[in-house]
Ligand binder design. Sequence first.
Ligand SMILES: O=C(O)C1=C[C@@H](OP(=O)(O)O)[C@@H](O)[C@H](O)C1
Ligand SMILES: C=C(OP(=O)(O)O)C(=O)O
Length: 743
Amino acid sequence: MGKAQIGRLVVVGVGLIGGSFALALKAASVCREVIGVALEESTCEDAVRLGIVDRASTRLKEILPQLEPGDLVFVAVPTLAVESVFSQIKEYMPAGVTITDGASVKGSVVRAAERVWGCVPGFLVPGHPIAGSEKSGVTAARDDLYCDHRIILTPLPNTGDDHLRRVEQAWQAAGAEVLKMPVAEHDEVLAATSHLPHVIAFSLVDTLAHDAENENIFRYAAGGFRDFTRIASSDPVMWRDIMLANRDAILKAIDLYSLNLSSLRGAIASGDSAALMGVFTRAKAARDHFTKMLAKQAYSDSMQAQEITFIAQPSGAVSGRLRVPGDKSMSHRSIMLGSLAEGLTEVEGFLEGEDALATLQAFRDMGVVIEGPYDGRVTIHGVGLRGLKAPPGSLYLGNSGTSMRLLAGLLAGQDFDVTLTGDESLSKRPMNRVANPLRDMGAIIETGPEGRPPLLIKGGSQLRGIHYPLPMASAQVKSAVLLAGLYADGETSTVEPAPTRDHTERMLQGFGYSVERNGAQATLGGGGALKACHIDVPADISSAAFFMVAAAISPGSDILLEHVGINPTRDGVINILRAMGADIELVNIREVGGEPVADISVRYTPLKGIRIPEDQVPLAIDEFPALFIAAACAEGETVLTGAEELRVKESDRIQAMANGLAALGAEVRTTPDGIVIQGAQEEAVFSGGTVDSLGDHRIAMAFSVASLRAKDTIRILHCANVATSFPNFAELATGVGLKLQLA
Ligand SMILES: O=C(O)C1=C[C@@H](OP(=O)(O)O)[C@@H](O)[C@H](O)C1
Ligand SMILES: C=C(OP(=O)(O)O)C(=O)O
């Protein structure tokens, strides 16, 4: 950002909003002079005494003629007082000066400008800092009020570029992030998120204050009352003005809210516990997500990913015991089958990563009450196979291929239409692999160009069972067909060309649904019922793989990974690393909820390159990014073939890894269905450098692990999506010895 070039700043109205802007720009030293204008002499004196402005006056008409082109006037007075300030500006202000304002309603500011000037002049840039609070007045001003704060500008088509740029730079100098939106949209959004809550808070306190028992009510009012009604202490004049200025949008918001409140009243009156849990769990989930966004704890919020760079410095060995988060594949399926079951399903060990949470949110959107997750525990109030409801909008599945493909199967037999959408990466992934067999079953599914998302699934089709030999080894395709089979007439069977993860088959059986398994074939009949059950999700072997490779490549390492799922359709990473010479021991092998689980101990021994057996590819499909790092640290050549599926994951994982490995000095060659990696035995196999994960979580984590054998720092770009499968990766990695920072 270039330093703002503002001449003089005049702040009209030196309260919380105006005073804080003046203080912030003074602190940033971007103005020649800061002048305050207030109604009262005493406010002017306070503003100068507190160092908020350089000088102050009660007479705007005397200040305005002193201004020159390049100066800025910030109008920070109550909404309905803006017009009289504009009238003085029109009369006394020379040309070339920029005007902006901080009123909470933009439509009324535009109308005031039209009344004064006949149209909105190009030098007026309407804005709203959305930083008001129940505190007001000159003494409430703070120089950091706008730090890391989003402010909205609502420029009009004829707003002058120079004027817009000046206002934008001024806000940036105050530390704010500037967003732009049309006037009408601003007023609707604010009516819902700010004006309606103020209406409710004022009216609640007013209602209680009129109650005969009010003394007692206020005496016993505890935290909830205090939190909820804080904003009823806000400035009454300002809020009266806002209500009058944004009347139509606020009335719309009040009507919608009244409707919801009366249906909640109905649920309380009739003792409808499911409806109450529905409202409360949905609201809690939305509020928790919002709290995380505000605290910037979420790596990504689903609609707008933040930029995260991993900075991985060379480090020695890894050691210690750790439990990585729950298995992603099983977490998805626990929500899906729990929702379709009859009764309460309790899940433990649920992965609180963005992918599994996208599935959870989709079912909440379809009316399922889901409590949690609290520390990996989720309670699902199953609605039965026919109990899902049409969602209010499209289902957004973020980065998660598993969510979209399995849901496509499960939704193909519902009686409502639904649209499935995803983020930029998911929107590029092939969906005809599920849409085609589902169409064969009678489903009506439209895709975007070339079979990509979005998927529009039409409701009301009666499905018929099919016998489907899969053209590729994909558990997602197998699962989509089997899940559609629950709704189909007759039998549905799949035959896979090689074993793929079988969590769908196992979990259906756990829910009491009969699945016949005969070699490569899985068969089920439609029209049965699922019975709620308890699910213990073990730690995800795909996440554990990063630490298995970390220990396998760094001399002196000794690590124990606890409670990891070692389902034989997922254990390729163990088999491949062992074939490369790794020292891996499975201890305490047991069965938990129908899935084999073990603690995995890995100690360093030198690795050697191998030709990876093709039958291991589906069993280690998600672990190849990590395995490629192991191959680069092994003696000799490693050859992978039969892995073209890697090219259609969150990124083209063959190319993404080859590019990154080459950037770090490794010798690699790609083939259409695999890669050839020449291992190196030096202590520092990798040079330092910058690699691009292309927003693919597994590429990001793989290159973090490479830092254990790097000469210099590795910077890994676009790592926000690590939160999709392994939200606490950085924390656990640094806990066992990696030097990993987030920027
Ligand atoms: O069914 C599942 O849970 C998954 C199957 C695999 O995808 P494919 O079925 O496309 O190979 C895997 O890559 C994905 O991470 C999860
Ligand atoms: C391929 C993956 O997931 P999905 O297909 O669900 O996006 C993965 O997690 O590596």
